[in-house]
Ligand binder design. Structure first.
Ligand code: CAA
Ligand code: NAD
Length: 317
């Protein structure tokens, strides 16, 4: 009988310390929900000014959450914000973040940059640490190709071919923007994730208030595989001059009940992230719906990245 040893792994519900690498739009939200849930969090980013921006946005968003929970009780609102915020440390040095039960990567959507980071984390982090990526579209198997950490397996394995044994302490934790509000977490099972790691990820997602769904390591997983073509078609409709971006946005909000139109959503997500996701999806699926969109490429080259840069399809300054 195949048994798995829990001794060296992070056992279920045991995640108490979390490090988030990349303190941008997603990283700051992930750090917030973990701190709200009582976990100690470190955010690591390359740029001190982005860490400052992350801290400010977390404080604002914690206040929004606290006002919902504690209504007009100002003392409780202040207490909740102060307490949650005090659990978050920031650093520009990755070594300050490696001592964690769970490390979630939320840096730029580029395979080589992610791989380099994970190879470093794998060397520096303690044995029990679970590594996870918040990638929107890149293959979890490819991102983790260099990772060596495993959950130990005890028992007689002679009857199971080794390449069928799944045991890596690494997987995908795909959040949605804005993280404190969107209730979904996609848990991505790479081909070789260990059952303990998968179960710990599911339990951790629940502990930070999310509903988890299980996804295979397919391009765009579940939600982006469906949102990607929708977003690309909307951009092309505007590029062709078939309708104004304002009318397309109104159309999808009032005619289809979406909370944001596709241009508002693209600005909200970040046009650079949209472009990288399209590139990966085209490469992986070959589906021409994901082919490059010249208008999107031009805007990214001009630094018009959406809300985070002050201008995208709309202006925010
Ligand atoms: N933190 C905490 N609270 C927040 C928040 C945040 N970051 N953003 C919004 N809120 C709260 C507001 O305080 C407000 O609370 P009340 O209802 O108590 O007043 C509530 O959320 C609604 O916000 P707003 O009134 O400001 O605006 P809204 O009604 O338009 O809602 C929205 C904002 C929740 C973002 C909504 O527009 C929405 O759901 N948009 C679609 C988002 C979406 O599709 N996300 C998925 C993108 S795809 C992705 O993330 C995957 C990927 O890989 C790219
Ligand atoms: P962002 O540009 O807002 O933030 C990325 C942050 O990572 C920046 O602050 C940058 O300084 C930092 N960074 C880059 N390389 C780094 C490194 N080597 N070490 C430490 N920090 C580094 O991007 P984002 O929108 O938060 O996206 C981050 C990841 O999350 C991407 O993989 C993206 O595909 C994914 N994602 C994005 C969304 C979205 O709606 N924007 C939704 C789900 C998942």
């Amino acid at each position: 009988v195949l048994k798995r040893a829990f001794s060296s792994s992070t056992s279920l519900n045991a995640v108490k310390t979390v490090t988030v690498v990349g303190g941008g739009l997603m990283g700051s939200g992930i750090a917030q929900v973990a701190a709200q849930a009582g976990q100690n969090v470190t955010i690591v980013d390359l740029q001190p000014e982005l860490l400052e921006k992350a801290q400010k946005s977390i404080q604002n968003n914690l206040t929004r959450v606290a006002k919902k929970v504690h209504k007009d009780d100002a003392a409780k609102v202040e207490g909740f914000v102060k307490e949650s915020f005090s659990r978050i440390k920031v650093s520009t040095n990755i070594e300050d973040g490696v001592n964690a039960d769970l490390i979630i990567e939320a840096i730029v959507e580029k395979l080589d940059v992610k791989q380099e980071l994970f190879n470093k984390l794998d060397l520096l982090a303690p044995e029990h640490t679970i590594l996870a990526s918040n990638t929107s579209s890149i293959s979890i198997n490819e991102i983790g190709a260099g990772i060596k950490r495993k959950d130990s397996i005890v028992g007689n394995l002679t009857h199971i071919p080794l390449n069928h044994v799944s045991y890596f302490r690494f997987g995908g934790l795909h959040f949605f923007n804005p993280v404190p509000i969107m209730r979904l977490l996609e848990v991505i099972k790479g081909d070789h994730i260990s059952e303990e790691t998968y179960q710990t990820m599911m339990a951790w997602g629940k502990s930070v208030g999310k509903t988890c769904i299980t996804c295979k390591d397919t391009p765009g997983f579940v939600v982006n595989r469906l949102l990607g073509p929708y977003s690309a078609e909307a951009l092309r409709m505007y590029e062709r001059g078939d309708a104004s971006k304002e009318d397309i946005d109104i159309g999808m909000k009032l005619g289809a009940g979406y909370p944001m139109g596709p241009f508002e959503l693209a600005d909200y997500t970040g046009l650079d992230t949209n472009k990288f996701v399209l590139q990966v999806m085209l490469e992986k699926t070959g589906d021409p719906v994901f082919r490059p969109i010249p208008m999107l490429d031009k805007m990214v080259a001009e630094g018009k990245l959406g809300i985070k840069s002050g201008e995208g399809f709309y202006k925010y300054k």
